[in-house]
Structures are given as structure tokens and as C-alpha cells.
Design a binder for this molecule. Structure first.
Ligand code: AMP
Length: 362
């Protein structure tokens, strides 16, 4: 196992080749770390800026051995890595951050909400669902309509359907493919917020100012940060982040999605055990952005400041919106981030733009 803090010039392994891996590799390179990407995707957008790529499936034993021997610490840029992969890497004697438990908790919505409630981070009421009969039984307690989500592998609103009534239970279960699921009470929230937080190897926890998130068709459209919130809400979010990260014995950056109610109450929607799209504003709004923060945390380096230096509106560029680049690159007080993906498919995140203005005080 490597000694922490890692020396400059050490190697970081990243599972996944998407834009989060790309921005991690860029941040790592600035601090002289080499990044090795493991991805099954030929010519991935992270590979284009990384020192090396291992082209293989995540559960390819040979590739995992090669990664473990090349890297001083390994992290991931998406959470649907098969759970056994992290265990294999840990068995091979390489440090993985965040660890297997963080991954397991965030991969299963029932485990996740059970964990959150156990560490006093409140969520909506929920029930584990294995059949249409379970839905009917839970509906009386949770109220209708309630939201049925697959336990695993849902993202960007996929694998979710509203259950309108008892009569809809069979059909709703079929709509999500009849797989293990969770039924959630409807949250009548006023806003969706998120907190990007980090925990270092020495146990220090920091949290960036909150972001306010707007979705379209289940995909994040824009984040405004720092969100204008009461000090009570910011403090609640920081307390939630600390409880979650300490509870998971977490090392690295995590994104925690929150629902804010009219009365200022916060409930946790979900935990992303990685850098997060709603934290991209930190690239241009903070001295140390979420990617550098993650690199620092997993390398055992001191965490950096999290204060906002500007008001930022981050807008995702989805699919063909990338074609607007000639106008976007000419905008004043804005910075364009393009991910280098060759095919602008519908719903694919191709880049984002951060628009900056002077800081407002809430
Ligand atoms: P998720 O995949 O859990 O992030 O959910 C995607 C989106 O669905 C969230 O960003 C919310 O807008 C909405 N949503 C999720 N859970 C609930 C809920 N229990 N009640 C109301 N809306 C929800």
C-alpha cells in the first residue's frame, strides 16, 4: 500500500473514461500526477488527456492487476462499477478511494436511504419493492402518487415511474422492468440543491457553498451557485455532508443531492460517490475546484479552500447544443469546457459553460 501523502509524480488510477475522468486527469496533471484510465471505451474522452489507458472491461482480472501495479491509488468517475471490482483491487493491495462501502451504499437506493436515515440525514419515506403486491401494500403508508425507482443503475431520471393508484401497481412494476425497486413518497420540494463536499485522509471535511439545480427531461440543465439560501440551510447541508462522509469513512469528493422545502427543511435525495456535474461551477468559481479537491483528498494532500470567488451559472451543453460553440467561446465573463466527444448524440453531455458575475451576498 502506498504511503500518504503521495509524492508529486505518483500515479492515480481512474475507473471510467467519461468527462469526469477527463477533468480529473487535467487537474491531476497540473499537480504532476500521472493518470491511468481503465475503460472499455475506445478513444474515450478521458484517455485523450491521460498519461495511459488500459482498454478493457472493468471486471477484466488482467487489466485490474495492471492497474493495481501501475497506480498508487485508484478512484472512479462513475458509480456503476461492479462492486466486486473494488474488492479485487483492494485484495491486490492497492488503495481505493472512496472505498467499497461508499460504492455499495450509493449503488442501491434502498441501502442508500437506510444508511442515510441511520446517520440522521433524513430522506423521504420509502419501501423496498420486490413485487406489484409490495407496491400496493406500501402505497397506503406513502400516499399516492409515489415514485417507483429501480434499486440499481438508475441515472438521469431513467428507471423511474410514478404510481398513481393501487390500480396502477401491476403496470408500474412492469414499466420499470419488474426488477427490485424502491417506492418513495412524493417530495413536494421548493427547490433542488446539492452540496459538493470532500473528506481528506486525516478526516477533515469541507463543503462548498450550495448549488441550485434545474433539470430538463431528467438531465441537469443548469446549476446556479452559490445558491441564495438562509444560513440555516447552508449549516444543515454542511452537517448532513459531514455525517454522511464520516459515516462512510469517505475519502474524496462526493455530491449530495438535496430537496429543499418551503420551511427550509432539507431531505437527501441521493449520494454520488464522486465528483458531480452540479459541482462544475467550482472550476471557475473557486480557488480549488472539485476535481483538484478530489485529487488532493485521495493523494492524502491537504484539502483546499472552498469559498466562492464569483457567482456562477453552469449550463450543460447537451447533444447538438455543442454546435453553438462559436458564439459561446466569444462570450465575455464565461468559460467554455468541451469534453472532446466525437458524436453529439441526443441527451449526451458534450460540454458546459460557466458564466461568472460578481458574488452576491445571501
Ligand atoms: P433521482 O434519479 O433519484 O436523482 O431522481 C431524478 C429526479 O426526480 C430528481 O432530481 C427529482 O427532480 C425527482 N425526484 C426524485 N425523487 C423524488 C421524490 N421522492 N419526489 C419527488 N420528486 C422526486
Amino acid at each position: 500500500m502506498a504511503d500518504f501523502p503521495l509524492a508529486p509524480g505518483s500515479t492515480l488510477g481512474v475507473l471510467g473514461g467519461g468527462q469526469l475522468g477527463r477533468m480529473l486527469a487535467l487537474a491531476a496533471a497540473r499537480l504532476s500526477f500521472d493518470v491511468v484510465i481503465l475503460t472499455p471505451e475506445l478513444d474515450s474522452c478521458a484517455s485523450r488527456v491521460a498519461a495511459r489507458t488500459l482498454l478493457a472491461e472493468f471486471n477484466d482480472e488482467q487489466a485490474l492487476k495492471a492497474l493495481a501495479s501501475a497506480a498508487d491509488v485508484i478512484t472512479f468517475e462513475f458509480e456503476n462499477v461492479p462492486a466486486g471490482v473494488v474488492e479485487t483491487l483492494e485484495r491486490l493491495g492497492v488503495a481505493v478511494a472512496p472505498g467499497a462501502r461508499s460504492l455499495a451504499v450509493s449503488q442501491d437506493r434502498v441501502e442508500e436511504k437506510t444508511f442515510l436515515n441511520a446517520c440522521r440525514a433524513a430522506t423521504v419515506d420509502f419501501a423496498a419493492i420486490d413485487s406489484a403486491a409490495d407496491i400496493s401494500a406500501a402505497l397506503d403508508r406513502l400516499g399516492a402518487p409515489a415514485l417507483l425507482k429501480t434499486r440499481r443503475e438508475g441515472y438521469d431520471g431513467k428507471g423511474q415511474t410514478w404510481v398513481e393508484s393501487h390500480a396502477d401497481a401491476e403496470a408500474a412494476f412492469a414499466r420499470i422492468g419488474g426488477v427490485p425497486a424502491i417506492l418513495e413518497a412524493r417530495a413536494e420540494f421548493a427547490r433542488e440543491l446539492s452540496v459538493i463536499a470532500a473528506r481528506g485522509r486525516n478526516g477533515e471535511v469541507v463543503a462548498y457553498p450550495l448549488g441550485e439545480n434545474h433539470h430538463e427531461n431528467g438531465i441537469l440543465r443548469r446549476t446556479r451557485a452559490p445558491a441564495i439560501v438562509s444560513s440555516h440551510v447552508q449549516e444543515q447541508a454542511e452537517a448532513i455532508a459531514a455525517r454522511v462522509l464520516i459515516g462512510l469513512d469517505y475519502v474524496g469528493v462526493a455530491g449530495i443531492e438535496l430537496f429543499e422545502f418551503e420551511d427550509g427543511r432539507l431531505l437527501v435525495n441521493e449520494i454520488a460517490p464522486r465528483v458531480h456535474n452540479s459541482g462544475h461551477w467550482t472550476l471557475d468559481g473557486c480557488e480549488v475546484d472539485q476535481f483538484e479537491q478530489h485529487v488532493r483528498a485521495i493523494a492524502g494532500w491537504p484539502l483546499g479552500p472552498v469559498a466562492a470567488l464569483a457567482q456562477v451559472e453552469m449550463e450543460n451543453l447537451i447533444g447538438a447544443e455543442i454546435d453553438r460553440w462559436p458564439a459561446l467561446i466569444g462570450e465575455a465573463d464565461a468559460r467554455l469546457w468541451l469534453y472532446g466527444k466525437d458524436e453529439a448524440r441526443d441527451g449526451r453531455k458534450m460540454g458546459h459553460i460557466n458564466r461568472m458575475r460578481p458574488l452576491e451576498r445571501g
